[in-house]
Design a protein around this ligand. Sequence first.
Ligand code: GSH
Length: 235
Amino acid sequence: MNRPTLYTGTRNASSWAMRAWLALKASGYDFEEETVDIRRPQRFRNLARIGRFSPPAAVPVLDTGRTVIYDSNAIMEFANDVCDGRLLPHDIEARAAARALVAWQHAGLSSLCHRISFESAFYPIRRPLTATEQGECGRLFHCYETALHRYGGPYLFGDPSLADFMHAPTVVRLARHAADTSAWPTTADWMRRLLIHPLVAEWLEQADRLPHIWYDDYLPVPGDCAALLEPQATP
Ligand SMILES: N[C@@H](CCC(=O)N[C@@H](CS)C(=O)NCC(=O)O)C(=O)O
């Protein structure tokens, strides 16, 4: 039997893979990693290859050698199972609360993440958040703050859990877009703590070394985003 393999995506593009990778690493599960280049245009060819063994043709996918697990949340729950439930709170009500926070993120987080791409968190300069985005952040920060107070920190439910790892890519997006956390100081501390968690820091360090993946519609000004942010030297 082959060693279990986690197929992840390009470090500065694949927020879904980041979550699954963090949970599996934190669980101590022994796996190999294959990074799939999901940048265009090779994205389509590479994901078609994943589609030969994984119906959604997306990353992350964990092939345990016996089972193909093709959803980040399922991989994270598997990670929790392989370490005897260490990645979710013991108390069943706290566990349900953690799963609700996980599910909110998994279901798209009120479209906040669609508007602030993961790729843009790694740009050399970032646009300010709009008032609507900042308002949505407030709703989320209020949730984080409540959990941190209720369960006593230092992570959302005490020890690092699937909830922290599920939200890590969002924290990266929002911290790097200078979201205003001044009304939620405990959340601000937790965000800083999460960003220097050794596994999060390892992923980010690799992501920060990659070429930027530009989206032309990132800045409010239409046009070539790369050219706006990094003016080419005139010959
Ligand atoms: N619900 C899936 C979403 C995974 C996903 O959308 N992955 C992106 C990369 S981060 C992808 O591979 N997209 C390709 C596609 O959907 O065609 C999960 O949680 O694993």
